[in-house]
Design a protein around this ligand. Structure first.
Ligand code: ADP
Ligand code: TRP
Length: 327
């Protein structure tokens, strides 16, 4: 049997960007060879911010294409749509019943979303409980995510421990306690303006956007006003940070040298970043085109994943139902 049980999800609430790719997708895909992976499209979660049904449908399909094009291997990984396993809602209710309000009130992500104009719906408030159900349902050992999800993992662990203490025993815990897997070097990928890249901040570079539009975005990246002749600090520059993610160590060393030596304008670095971006994602663009031509294949992969996921979910849910006295 392969190593650990790995689980992660991504909301279908926008277009995926390279912050998602380097922060969550690439580290997740790297784990497929040696482990037992479950990756899903969190479309229930996307409903907390998604008012348009057709858009939600389209975005969910696009995330499936993006994941498959970027390296998710459906032979090795169980890949599914969250809503195809409705059992997760029942588990979320069982967790809700032991979840103190204060635990959710402390969540930064909820407070930030309100600040960004989302309305204070119950779904948005209870978001971390559903996320805990996602994770506990599949007995995950490790959850690869970006740093912004760390607190949600803490809520998950807290709920699992409470549930085990109340309804299980030390010898027979109901849930496995998961750990977040956050790799420091990609914990926060900077966006065009140097803040965390996020679809909410309008500072993203899409994985699959129109190349011309992306070049325009890269060329408009915010930099400091060091003159062309002066030496520049690569480690404080978001262009360099992004280039580093895609280039070979030799190429990185070369660009570092160009920064430190002076005589290079940021425009040159931006052009190098754009060229590298195109080169890095070219094979994935090709693969995505092939998948786009075969929507039935994508649907079959998701259906197969859902049926495998439901089998695991059924067992966990049964255990939790019995523990609380519903059976
Ligand atoms: P967004 O911030 O654009 O709304 P999501 O919250 O949907 O992105 O994030 C999906 C996944 O990608 C999460 O695991 C998140 O931690 C990761 N992620 C998103 N943006 C970044 C970033 N800038 N750096 C590192 N990881 C990120
Ligand atoms: N909250 C995660 C995000 O915004 C998406 C998500 C939902 C998730 N359920 C999950 C991530 C379970 C990991 C595990 O990115």
């Amino acid at each position: 049997m392969p190593g650990k049980r790995i689980l992660s999800g991504v909301q279908s609430s926008g277009t995926l960007h390279i912050g998602n790719y380097f922060g969550m997708m690439r580290p997740s895909f790297a784990l497929q060879e040696e482990n037992d992976c479950y990756y899903f499209i969190a479309n229930f979660h996307a409903l907390t911010s998604q008012p348009d049904p057709e858009l939600l449908r389209q975005r969910t399909y696009n995330v499936a294409l993006d994941f498959l094009a970027c390296g998710l291997d459906p032979q090795k990984t169980v890949f599914f749509r969250q809503s195809d396993v409705p059992q997760v809602q029942e588990l979320a209710w069982l967790l809700s019943c032991i979840c103190p309000m204060g635990l959710l009130q402390r969540c930064h992500s909820y407070k930030e979303k309100l600040e960004h104009g989302l309305s204070a719906d119950h779904g948005l408030f209870a978001y971390p409980v559903l996320m805990a159900a996602d994770i506990l349902m599949y007995d995950a050992d490790l959850v690869p995510v970006g740093k912004d999800q760390k607190q949600h993992l803490e809520v998950t662990r807290d709920l699992a421990i409470r549930f085990n203490e109340r309804f299980g025993s030390r010898k027979h815990p109901i849930f496995r306690i998961p750990d977040a897997l956050i790799s420091e070097e990609v914990a926060v990928i900077p966006g065009l303006d140097g803040q965390k890249m996020s679809k909410s901040y309008n500072n993203t570079i899409e994985i699959f956007g129109d190349a011309k539009a992306i070049r325009k975005k890269i060329m408009s990246m915010k930099t400091d006003s060091t003159p062309v002749e002066a030496p520049k600090d690569p480690d404080k520059c978001n262009i360099f940070q992004l280039y580093k993610l895609m280039a070979t160590p030799e190429e990185v060393a070369e660009l570092r040298e160009m920064y430190l030596k002076g005589g290079m304008g940021y425009g040159t670095a931006k052009q190098m970043l754009y060229d590298k971006y195109i080169e890095y994602f070219a094979p994935m663009r090709e693969k995505r085109k092939e998948l786009e031509a075969n929507p039935q294949l994508v649907e079959d992969i998701l259906q197969d994943g859902a049926s495998r996921a439901r089998k695991v979910a059924q067992v966990t849910l049964q255990r939790a139902r019995a523990a609380v006295g519903l059976e």
